[in-house]
Design a protein around this ligand. Sequence first.
Ligand code: DGY
Length: 333
Amino acid sequence: MAHVGNNKVYITRKLPGPALEMLQEFDVTLHKRQEPPTRKEILKNVAGKDAILCMLSDKIDKEVMDAAGPQLKIISSYSTGFEHIDVAEATKRGIYVTYTSDILAEATADITFALILACARNVVAGDRMVRQKKWKVGWMPDLLLGQNVHGATIGIVGLGKIGSAVARRARGFGMEILYHSRRRNEAAEQELGARYADLDYLLAQSDFVTIHTTLNDASRHLVNSERLQKMKRTAFFINTARGAVVNERDLAAALKKGIIAGAGLDVFEKEPLGGKSPLLAMKNVVLLPHIGSADRMTRSKMAEVAAKSILDVLAEGKEPDPKFLVNPPAKRR
Ligand code: DGY
């Protein structure tokens, strides 16, 4: 594929995998620090760029697009979520927005199950007990009794690629599978043995409620105190999607009052989770630092896909056709 060698690309973080090598023919500006670039740095570094390879923590809005200038052709996000990008604005300007879509479905489903098992079977509490030398008696009939995962009911909110990958794992555990989605998916029901349920029914019946919706205006604070009240007192709430799908204050209150049994969280309304969060002190919560897609193979593949989208869009003499496109952008004048 022929490219214009002096195309300019801004990459907002060092990535595992082949992205830099793939984009080496371009004039690349790489943000090298571990911490995300500041707003000021983003606004400065996007100037004159043809492509931006950004992370989910970088807000790419109208101001950033203005600062980049009219030659900006693609915003390639190293993520499956794209709520940090003003897609409507990009579309209007003829800018392609791409993401890493299904690439991380299996990895995220793995971590979802890690949280389910950790919560239900006291994995973290057990580890702490052993390390802190509080395991005094050896084997005991009632030591750290947890809840069965096999044979339990899982309620999957959002049956897209990730939700479906979770359902496949749930099948392996012999679980009863309920799901709720904007649209009923009969093919997936057949394939996965999942039953469609309205949200209230799903909440009331499930032993594990797991969130796999994208974050948008309809799903923001979808789970609040009223909905948490509908769950079983013995149930666990799992979130590996986006923190803001649940009202975190309501969740903390429900956990404190024993309205639900516990939670496994990989995502938070504000990341990193602040030191004042009440969740930090709760024993019935397992907390992870947003590592749903963080296995080496997946993160490297995500980098490859994000770089490939840029190569596709910047290729000379051909209509761009990136595989993981969020928007068909408006035609450029
Ligand atoms: C994404 O890509 O949106 C994930 O949350 C990152 O793991």
